[in-house]
Design a protein around this ligand. Sequence first.
Ligand code: GLC
Length: 494
Amino acid sequence: MVGLGPKKPPSRKGTGSIADIPKDLKQEIANLERLFVVPTEKLKEITHHFVSELDKGLSVEGGSIPMNPTWVMSFPDGYETGTFLALDMGGTNLRVCEITLTDQKSEFDIIQSKYRMPEELKTGTSEELWDYIADCVHQFVETHHEDLTKLEKLPLGFTFSYPASQSYVDEGVLQRWTKGFDIAGVEGENVVPMFEAALAAKGTPIKLAALINDTTGTLIASAYTDTKMKIGCIFGTGCNAAYMENAGSIPKLAHMNLPADMPMAINCEWGAFDNEHKVLPRTPYDIIIDKDSPRPGQQAFEKMIAGLYLGELFRLVMVDLHDNHETHIFANQDIDKLRRPYTLDSSFLSAIEDDPWENLQETFDLFNEKLSITPTQPELVLIRRTAELIGTRAARLSACGVAAISIKKDYKTCHVGADGSVFNKYPHFKKRGAQALKEILDWPEKTNPKDEDPIEILAAEDGSGVGAALIAALTLKRVKAGNLCGILHPENFV
Ligand code: GLC
């Protein structure tokens, strides 16, 4: 419902109520609701299929969810110590950190620098990419270390948040680019030597200890401070999760004869769920997003949920309602700016959903300033409802993944550590996700609203920084104990 709610400031003149808008726009809203609302039964059906796809990904035949073993083979106990470098190559930023895990249980110090990931790099050449990354790392260590030779003692955890096959923790063969990246010559290759060669060319003597996915980092960093953490999730530019499996339940690793109860973190890469389009309720807009992306047919689930796509979905709806529907929203206005693909990011939708005014004044201003469009009052109501529908669908579908892992692992109660811009900044995302989990898992009403849900999705510790450092520390511990399973270059830890 637009314009209601306890936190609203006093209404400004105008009405944001759906009751007052013309019939044809009301009809348009009803159509969008039909497309975007995901009822409980559908959530359950998706979750059910998800559970079997998680299993398939672990099997020898494999499925579309990669379920990548990561060679992260234990949870931290909180007593890990040491100083590590971490490099975080996410979808939007690049971050270099130096993390000291202190003698105090579960405590750490961190210094870090953030660099923008230039848009052109995402579709540039492999050389440009690695050179830029090496430059950022070099700048960071030069600023913080006078004597670069001492760097050899600082193992680096590289958070490379893309699907990578790993036979060892310190290698990673890129399966395919996701999140709009499209750089030739990297897919099918081990990215570690490319990264190391670029560092060597700058004379930066850093040794890579572990290649990490942001979800695995999130799982491990969250478990460092909260032992109830069982799943790590990212809801950001992309969407994905990791959890701890037993080696005995990973048929595709059977040839390695690992002890059946040996833990192995799995990077699910669940963004690829339902690439076959069996169960997700795709709209014509989802189909366009996929078709126009650099990797059509890939990341079906992610493309309905992740921050990279939410603004684009909204834009496609608006353009369609202007061009092709009888209502012709924004009639006689120049919508050229709105026609530019990917011109709106998820913060645009956040701002619409956050607009506290009864007359949706901030949304009106936003459309004026960013798109040079002057919406009418009824159009503003439609805009708000569209944002709500897209944001709610994303949160509800995400919950299917969390529910599927919980069902697969028989977790009746646990904590799920989540990070990413959508989780942290998108209005109501957490509440909507929690509501969907409750519907899928049939939880009874709480007697006290302040009680925790059986499965709680909570803000995680910094997985790509602290998590990467912890994984480097856990790997080092393993080398010291003489357990070299899944480690290609143990000499990097000496
Ligand atoms: C994409 C990547 C995945 C990452 C996620 C969140 O899905 O493929 O590796 O974890 O985005 O950043």
